[in-house]
Design a protein around this ligand. Structure first.
Ligand code: SF4
Length: 487
């Protein structure tokens, strides 16, 4: 475990409440010291040391948690360089906390704060409630503090009155804890990532034969409506997964990314990445540190374009992948296994590897939307392709690829391949948000509405973990292939 302690230079190290008792021999501790400067100076930050303590000089002095963009840029570089598991910010008045938290949240790093004064209750550090400020300034200040509380995993109060006053203003909050109950880093690290799947709209520049969304032509979501809704629900989530349609086609896509970033969410985008065939756009997305998942369904241009039902899709996606890799953006891939490509899984994985991508999920089609309309044309039977799936999993793993499956029930996959099942890892769990429909649990929806189990499933040892098989599949092919696992 690596912990990065961040403190202003005027907070003496001897005064720090460091949770020393919780740090094991396997813990690596690094210190970052923020040196202040007067508002008149305007030099850039530079990291003065590669080793601990890391000095960040010329940090702007502020008193009301106004946003310091320069600090965000510095911490984007610093946190990517040191990749801590937890950052622990030691807070006294005078520097901007939110840019550090935003960047850590965006990079999926846990965050602990210890408060040493009353700067979160009043910018003047007094135990008063901003009595001298106008109501607008007060509102804005409390909004920033609320964002800070939402994004922290724990806020440790060194004085009992801090907790009482903070909760009086912002409501009861189990994350605000007195110093003697200080958080264990191990407990924080065990926290499960909570995902929000956000459907941005149905519009897309491809018309993939296996598309689950279909051609509903639902307009893109209204950003002002969405912003209010996200402010309300985002404290309950750590990660947002943008889906569609094609999220990058939203006319205010980058504005949406800014909103998600400032709310402190890690950003994942399910995209066909055709838009990133423009180097300029690929470079623009870098600052949000997104993880992008793309379907690469063939190494052959004609098959790829046929499955995407869009001429030129192959060339644009491949160029997009190259551009994104050049910008060091994390890319993961899916191969939707259809009649058209299931004999070439190994070649496709090899092609993906050559693009510099290390993660492949083999996905059996979900027969909804266009995939249901095209069922007879694209959907293979499990029994036809399971030998190819097993071979591909083995070969891909030998090549150092991270291999997973989706929508392949354990009884089909076989015991030796069970560890590849993303469903058992809970990777597909989360809450969907659709502006017209609100929030709904995607796992429950799949299990209770879209999928079904055959009567024999009752005797299967995977009965509770397995989601079952899509109704449409059983309707077309019956359930004979699914033999309960009893040993
Ligand atoms: S519960 Fe049914 S579908 Fe799932 S693994 Fe067992 S037999 Fe297969």
């Amino acid at each position: 475990m690596r912990i990065l302690h961040i403190r202003p230079a005027d907070l003496n190290e001897a005064l720090l409440f460091l949770n020393n008792g919780q740090e094991t021999r396997k813990t690596e501790i690094l210190h970052v010291i923020l040196q202040r400067r007067s508002p008149a100076q305007s030099t850039e930050h530079s990291l003065l040391s590669q080793n601990s303590p890391i000095i960040v000089p010329d940090v702007r002095s502020i008193t009301n948690q106004r946003y310091d963009q320069k600090l965000r840029e510095t911490f984007n570089e610093l946190l990517k360089r040191y990749r801590p598991d937890v950052i622990h910010i030691h807070v006294i008045s005078g520097f901007s906390v939110l840019p550090i938290l935003n960047t850590a949240s965006n990079l999926n790093i846990h965050k602990v704060l210890t408060l040493y004064d009353y700067s979160f209750i009043s910018p003047r550090k007094r135990r008063t409630n901003l009595a001298t400020k106008t109501s607008l300034e007060r509102k804005e200040y409390h909004r920033r503090i609320r964002y800070i509380l939402n994004q922290s995993d724990a806020v440790v109060c060194t004085k009992p009155q801090q907790k009482e006053l903070l909760e009086r203003i912002h409501g009861p909050n189990s994350k605000i804890i007195p110093v003697h109950n200080g958080p264990t880093y191990q407990t924080i690290l065990k926290k499960k990532t909570r995902s929000l799947f956000l459907k941005v709209g149905h519009i897309c520049n491809s018309k993939c034969l296996y598309c689950v969304a279909g051609i509903a032509n639902e307009p893109f979501i209204d950003l002002s409506l969405l912003k209010n809704k996200l402010e309300e629900v985002s404290p309950d989530y750590d990660r947002v997964v943008l889906t569609g349609g094609e999220p990058t086609m939203h006319p205010r896509f980058f504005e949406l990314l800014y909103i998600l970033f400032y709310l402190g969410l890690e950003i994942e985008i399910q995209s066909n990445i055709r838009i990133f065939s423009s180097q300029k756009i690929a470079a623009r997305i870098k600052k949000f540190n997104p993880k992008i998942t793309v379907c690469i369904n063939s190494h052959k241009e004609d098959v790829f374009d046929l499955l995407a039902d869009a001429r030129g899709a192959f060339k644009q996606t491949v160029r997009g992948a190259i551009n994104l890799r050049q910008e060091a953006i994390a890319l993961e891939t899916k191969i939707i296994m259809t009649r058209q490509n299931c004999d070439h899984l190994r070649d496709i994985i090899s092609f993906i590897k050559d693009l510099g991508i290390k993660s492949v999920m083999l996905v059996f089609p979900t027969p909804m939307g266009l995939a249901r309309d095209n069922f007879a044309r694209i959907n293979p039977r499990y029994e036809q392709i399971i030998p190819a799936i097993r071979q591909a999993l083995q070969w891909g793993s030998q090549q150092g690829m991270h291999m997973l499956t989706e929508n392949v029930p354990p009884c089909i996959l076989g015991a030796s391949y069970h560890s590849y099942d993303s469903q058992c890892e809970g990777m597909l769990d989360g809450i969907y948000m659709n502006i017209s429909r609100g929030l709904y649990n995607c796992k429950t929806e799949r299990k209770d509405i879209q999928k079904v189990k055959i009567p024999d499933c009752n005797s299967c040892r995977h009965f509770f973990a397995c989601e079952g098989v899509y109704r449409e599949y059983i309707k077309n092919f019956g359930g004979n292939e699914f033999v309960p696992v009893t040993v």
